[in-house]
Design a protein around this ligand. Structure first.
Ligand SMILES: [Zn+2]
Ligand SMILES: [Zn+2]
Length: 195
C-alpha cells in the first residue's frame, strides 16, 4: 500500500519481538521523518552493542509521545543518557534494540522513533530534514532544520492545548519522572561508545 493511503496503526517491535507496540495513524501522519549523522546517535547504537550506523545516518520519526503505545514487554524497556541532562534514550533490554528518544520532561511532548523498529518504514514518508551532515572541511551542517523545528513546535502546541501530552507512555505525569530509572553513562562508558 502506498504511503498515506492507510489509516491503521503502525506496529513496532524490538529485534527479538518481546517489546511490541504501535504508533497511532495520527502520530505517523503528523510526524517529521529526519535523519541524523551526529556522534551521539551513533554512540547510542554502539553502546548497545549494535553496529556503528555510519556512514548511513540514523533514521527517525519525530512525533508526539501520546501516539506511542506499548502492547507487550513494556517492563523490558530500559533507558540511558549520555549525561544527566542529555536526551533519554529508550531501548529494549531483551535484545538491546534502540527504540525511542525523548527529552527529559513530559511537558515537552517530543519523541523520536527509530525508523527501523516499525513494520513498514515507507509509511513514515519522505525524509524532511537532516542533522549534522558532514562537510568536506570536517564541520557539520543541518539541512532543512526549519521543517524539524516547525514540526516539533506545532505538535507540542497541539498537545499542550488539548492536554493530550499527559498520555505519554514514557513518564508519570504526576511526578514528572520517567517510568524507568535512567542510567547515566560514566565518562569511560561514554568514551568507549564514542565513534
Ligand atoms: Zn527484544
Ligand atoms: Zn543525532
Amino acid at each position: 500500500m502506498a504511503a498515506g493511503t492507510t489509516s491503521s496503526p503502525l506496529r513496532f517491535a524490538c529485534t527479538c519481538g518481546q517489546v511490541t507496540g504501535h504508533l497511532s495513524d495520527k502520530a505517523v501522519k503528523t510526524g517529521t521523518r529526519v535523519v541524523c549523522f551526529c556522534k551521539d546517535c551513533r554512540a547510542a547504537a554502539i553502546h548497545l552493542g549494535q553496529p556503528d550506523p555510519a556512514p548511513e545516518p540514523v533514521d527517525v520519526l519525530q512525533t508526539s509521545p501520546e501516539g506511542v503505545s506499548f502492547d507487550t514487554g513494556q517492563d523490558l524497556v530500559g533507558m540511558f543518557r549520555f549525561s544527566p541532562d542529555g536526551l533519554m534514550r529508550w531501548y529494549a533490554t531483551c535484545c538491546n534494540t534502540p527504540m525511542f528518544n525523548t527529552v527529559r520532561k513530559p511537558q515537552i511532548p517530543f519523541v523520536s522513533v527509530l525508523s527501523n523498529i516499525v513494520d513498514d518504514p515507507d509509511r513514515l514518508g519522505k525524509v524532511r530534514a537532516t542533522g549534522f551532515v558532514p562537510q568536506p572541511d570536517g564541520s557539520t551542517k543541518h539541512k532543512n532544520a526549519g521543517a524539524m523545528v516547525w514540526g516539533i513546535a506545532t505538535r507540542a502546541l497541539a498537545s499542550r492545548l488539548s492536554g493530550s501530552w499527559k498520555s505519554t507512555p514514557f513518564f508519570d505525569v504526576e511526578t514528572g519522572q520517567p517510568v524507568v530509572t535512567p542510567t547515566v553513562l560514566t565518562k569511560d562508558q561514554r568514551a568507549a561508545a564514542t565513534p
